[in-house]
Design a binder for this molecule. Structure first.
Ligand code: BG6
Length: 498
């Protein structure tokens, strides 16, 4: 007998910015991610400063913007969904592009062609019995909010965003039951441009240090701007999300709305109380993003954390009521890695893209330095159960790797099967521990543009897409070895993972 519940939502995940392409077709507008340009095979690009943004605008014809091409899902969606159907997907996590519906973000009514596109996608999914799980905002912000405003740190974004979010419920509530408001809401404080369209040096009130790299020690003025702008942006996102949740509960009670946060499990480097406290504090910080959305209020300790770190934001008079009325129905998360923290954070190195950690000698790394740790997933799921008592959806998990199509027109990705097998095992163990997990959608089920590297060469899929970082290739789809393996896992509801 399978350890997974009947009707478990096996599937895969993508986002509009990373797959759709067709960026300017049918009246679509551009988002802030369309200005992130490729800088090399292992260089994280999503940390944008003013000069990067200005360069992207000034050299639009010369630079390489992979997000504008995606994998051309806009024209391939029928073929792609047929492949998901063949694998037996029960669920497909996708996002809607705000600027395909509201090209500048300021329109009062949406573009009918954009509206129609998503109706067509949902229709196609339902044809194969696939339940869409839709992220309303997977990092995309209409670019005007970067040009004219301070990204999500400006309160002006909120009413425009709320109009977009409510429209989604009004228009698609009969086709989509499961919704997530903001993808990885905690990323706005880690990578302010990616998560919030914030150019940290927008107001030029500090000089960017020579050789600056994200997460190094920050000069005081920069740390202040980072802390204040990104937490202000986060507060605006919490408010927009809570307004939407209440609206959906009032007008479309059949819909279930979740949050989405990036879970990274943290270990202390040593049993020293100082290391243990730092790990505890960082874990609490990671969980606070869920606290606000699931419990409907800021936990008391975070307010003293804000004071300790000099975080000073504008709260608004009604915010407590808004948050308390907009509590989510389920928790969703992305999980890729665990990290080690120490009382002396300067010793932690940035690995892969965004996370700073020490090397864990007990774990293997991916080709991108992400420390692979299925057990931490089991531990974290147990903690989430105890803290929130809500159903949980694993919205992302997976292994990014450099891959090439072989002469036999496939990719022998046994390493991916091994990675997923171990994580699904951990998931099954967590379910046996009593955690209510109702779905699992591995990231990038079809190869797509990497978020951090903005390139095609970091691949996650069961399906290979013949496209390179420069946009060369046929864009044809090919099944990897993991395709048949995952198909079998789904068919027998995870009973046998060999
Ligand atoms: C998550 C994001 O952070 O990780 C995705 O929600 C992203 O958009 C995924 O693609 C994997 O990260 P990367 O940088 O390997 O693409």
């Amino acid at each position: 007998m399978s350890r997974f519940p009947e009707n478990f939502l096996w599937g895969g995940a993508t986002s509009a910015a990373q797959v759709e392409g067709g960026r300017c077709e049918d009246g679509k507008g551009l988002s802030h991610l369309d200005y992130v340009y490729y800088r090399g095979p292992k260089i994280p690009c999503n940390f944008m400063l003013k000069k990067d943004f200005e360069k992207a605008k000034a050299e639009e014809d010369k630079l390489n913007f992979p997000n504008r091409r995606g994998i051309d899902f806009y024209h391939h969606y029928k073929e792609d969904i047929a492949l998901l159907g063949e694998m037996g997907f029960k669920s497909f996590r996708m996002s809607i592009s705000w600027t395909r519906l509201f090209p500048t973000g300021l329109e009062e009514t949406p573009d009918p062609k954009g509206v129609e596109f998503y109706h067509n996608v949902f229709k196609e999914l339902h044809k194969y019995g696939i339940e869409p799980l839709v992220t309303m905002i997977h990092y995309e912000l209409p670019v005007i909010f970067v040009e004219k405003y301070d990204g999500w740190a400006s309160p002006e974004v909120v009413p425009h965003c709320v109009r977009y979010l409510k429209f989604l419920i009004d228009e698609y509530k009969d086709e989509v039951t499961y919704w997530l408001t903001f993808n990885e809401i905690n990323m706005v404080t880690a990578v302010p441009y990616l998560g919030g369209g914030i150019l940290l040096d927008r107001y030029d009130d500090f000089a960017i240090p020579k050789g600056f790299r994200p997460f190094g020690a920050l000069p005081e003025a920069m740390a202040k701007r980072w802390n204040n702008a990104s937490h202000q942006a986060l507060h605006h996102q919490f408010i927009a999300s809570a307004i939407l949740v209440k609206y959906a509960h009032d007008t479309a009670p059949q819909c279930k709305i979740g949050n989405m946060f990036n879970l990274h499990h943290l270990y202390p480097e040593t049993p020293s109380p100082a290391d243990a406290y730092r790990a505890h504090e960082e874990s609490e910080y990671n969980m606070f993003f869920c606290d606000v959305m699931a419990k409907g209020s800021y936990p008391k300790w975070i307010l003293s954390y804000y004071r300790k770190h000099g975080i000073d934001i504008k709260w608004y008079t009604d915010y407590e009521k808004i948050l308390s009325e907009g509590k989510i129905d389920f928790i969703s998360l992305s999980y890729y890695l665990s990290s080690i923290v120490t009382a002396d954070p300067a010793r932690q190195e940035r690995i892969g893209s965004f996370i700073r950690t020490l090397k864990n000698p007990y774990l293997e790394d991916s080709q991108f330095g992400w420390q692979i740790d299925p057990t931490a997933l089991r531990i974290s799921l147990n903690e989430l159960r105890d803290r929130f008592g809500l159903p949980i959806f694993i919205a992302e998990n997976g292994l990014g790797a450099f891959e090439e199509l072989g002469e036999d027109k496939t990719v022998h990705d046994g390493y991916r099967i091994e990675y997923l097998r171990k994580h699904i095992e951990a998931l099954a163990a967590a379910i046996e521990d009593g955690v209510d997990v109702f779905g699992y959608t591995p990231w990038g089920c079809i190869d797509l543009v990497s978020c951090s590297l903005v390139s095609m060469s970091k691949r996650y899929g069961f399906v290979y897409v013949d496209a390179d970082d420069e946009g060369n290739g046929t864009y044809k789809r090919y099944k990897k070895d993991s395709f048949e393996w995952y198909k079998k896992v789904i068919a027998i509801n995870g009973e046998d993972l060999t």
